[in-house]
Design a protein around this ligand. Structure first.
Ligand code: AMP
Length: 161
């Protein structure tokens, strides 16, 4: 599947837009998707998901980085001082779907983008963590592949015990 068409101008930094400087009430910022039900990673891609809508420029995001293969933005509900989501521009449900169907160009571009974003954020020396949830047991909420980049403090044990 090819890349989802992206309306570049709409991918502005909503953090700045929404906070503004005037103190006037502005449109509600996008809310995190409901944490109710983890997705089924074996389902076909559903292009109504929130990250597909961000890629199409239908809703804003707090953009960190963008190139031909990847878009990165701040997580709306950060779990660490740095919490960035990196998504491929192609329509892939999860890491499983991406690793099976994506082209070498898409995979190389996506992996390099993640590394570059972490370097640009100054995360290599202090250290950081990557996380990609896949399906039910992981609690994946959004059915478009996303890799979390966490950093900015000691991140504790790898998994909750
Ligand atoms: P996961 O549980 O791995 O599917 O992670 C989904 C992540 O997406 C969560 O950390 C949410 O806080 C985040 N999220 C949901 N909606 C948005 C949004 N509109 N902008 C930024 N992050 C979002």
């Amino acid at each position: 599947m090819g890349p989802i068409p992206v309306a570049i101008p709409a991918l502005s930094n909503f953090g700045l837009t929404h906070l503004g400087t005037t103190g006037h009430a502005m449109a509600d910022p996008p809310q995190p998707e409901s944490a109710a039900m983890p997705i089924d990673a074996t389902s076909p891609y559903d292009d109504s998901n929130i990250f597909a809508r961000i890629l199409r420029g239908e809703i804003p995001c707090s953009k960190v980085y963008e190139d031909e293969q990847a878009l990165a933005f701040h997580d709306i509900n950060p779990q660490a001082p740095t919490h960035i989501l990196v998504i491929p521009k192609g329509a892939y449900v999860s890491w499983d779907d991406f690793s099976e169907r994506a082209s070498e160009t898409e995979i190389a571009g996506f992996v390099r983008a993640i590394g570059r974003i972490a370097r640009d954020q100054g995360l290599v020396a202090p250290g950081y963590r990557l996380l990609a949830n896949v399906g039910q047991n992981s609690g994946q909420e959004v059915p478009h592949l996303h890799v979390h980049i966490f950093g900015g403090r000691g991140l504790g044990p790898m998994l909750a015990r």
